[in-house]
Design a protein around this ligand. Sequence first.
Ligand code: DMJ
Length: 601
Amino acid sequence: MILRRRLWFPIGAVTLLILSYYSWNNRDSYKWTGTGSSSTTKIPHFDPHIIEDENYFWKKLPIHYPVDDIKPLPTGKPLALPKIQNVFAKESNKDAATRKERQEAVKNAFLRCWRSYRKDAFRKDELTPISGQSRDTFGGWGATLVDSLDTLWIMSLREEFEEAVAAAAEISFDTTSLNPINAFETTIRYLGGFLAAYDLSGDQRLLRKAREVGDMLYKAFDTPNRMPITRWDFVNAAEGGRQEAPETALVAEVGSLCMEFTRLSLVTGDPKWFDATERVREVFEQQQQTTKLPGMWPITINPREKRFNIDSTFGLGAMSDSTYEYLPKMYALMGGLLPSYKTMYEESMKTALKHNFFRPMVPGMADILVSGNIHAEHEDGKTVYNLEPQGQHLVCFAGGMLAVGGKLVGNSEHLEAARKLVDGCIWAYKAMPLGIMPEVFYMAPCKSDTECEWNEATWKEIVMSQADREDIKDMSVTDEIISKLRLPKGFTSIPDCRYILRPEAIESVFVLYRVTGRPDLLESAWAMFEAIQNSTETPLANAALDDVKVDSNPPQVDSMESFWLGETLKYFYLIFSEPDVINLDEWVFNTEAHPFRRLLP
Ligand code: DMJ
């Protein structure tokens, strides 16, 4: 199936990548509308005392394009959805001791970073982990502070949590150090961070901040067609200017606001946020089968004209990822009360399974999958689908999504794909000299899923063609080039060899472990953690790497994104926790690893 597809070379993809990709119910703040029995959805009311208190800037700003028919949150009894988590047998004393030792090591790694952040960069977006300075990259509202709140809670660092909440309560969203701001990043890191920390702790100050940042973000939907502005001109909006949705937006930045907005509506009882993303969902649903690759949406879409079906590149990785991730997660969050998310998930995965996932040719014929990109092209009057056999660290989330989704919708094909995708990410970690997967790479697809023998000559030919050296026939030169390129067998090129402390691989390993209980996943997780620690540790914290192809001493970059503390270390910690800590049958993670309480029957 696969050889017929044209190989796409890294350049196009890299150019595209460079294209700016960048409750415990609160017992005090609201009361349930339900009777308290399990027969109704528990949707809270506002507490008028709290609302009167809230007089912040974004709440007072007039709305240019008000909605007169606000879509209500669904009502009814949440469904008893299929269980996601494996039933774990009691572990041996030896296994428990190893697990706890590893968990402690992760916690210590987190604490080192947190203490350095607190000392050198508190209230700033990021610590620079080599120079010990700070940097504002996400609005200057303390991205690392807010992203870390729930990790502090989960790791039982209560004193640190209290101090962090007190500081977070003081953040002013009236001004920003960055304009325009990225509405998606602000939603997943800040709104998601406040909501999860509130869901875990019940602290009212966090709910208030969630509402405040939610009101700010709601302003990005104040456009004639109520589609959001993804790179949002904060200053113009604050000055009362009129705004329009953009003509070009990344699909992930439009499609992955719904979990945070819906959870905010659930915990406040105000449906306006749910309404905002529900209008976006409708467009996705209406156009899902009208795109050039029916079932999936292209990487770039046009919110201004509500055209989500024009462009021709389709994938689950950078720029689209969390749009797909949020489909089964919204279904889980809402206890099955929004069935359209389930259908959209099933339809999109039908397409991805058929077109995007490919088995790569690797030594030893490992039974793994990688999720690539599809370019839909018009040739001789019909549409042809060309596979670009690219792998990305970012797309490693897909294994976790399919594991959760497969359980929720009862689809064993999804679970099988989840296993192979996760094993693919583990393979890519293990194949690299430092034990860390690069940001972007290419592989050679097998002839078919069953014809997959390793053929070194074919691999070398593909490497050479991708290295633009087809004229060179002398294999000794080929070997020289391969060693110069530092390509482990199986990779045909590695156009982006950084590791920027991303979470997606451990995220999927963690999720698959909770779903299957496979003990080897614990070993893979530990190997990943040790490899990452070995190469990224600095005297203060952990730093991104510029090149994971080298054998030792990889060049470090003075950058530690907030997701290292918000996501990566949280997932490392959770895989070594008791399985009922953030049980996936009660909680669902947003794309920044912030757990929200699911509606349960
Ligand atoms: C995070 O901000 C989120 O996981 C997002 O969905 C993708 N990028 C980073 C982590 O890699």
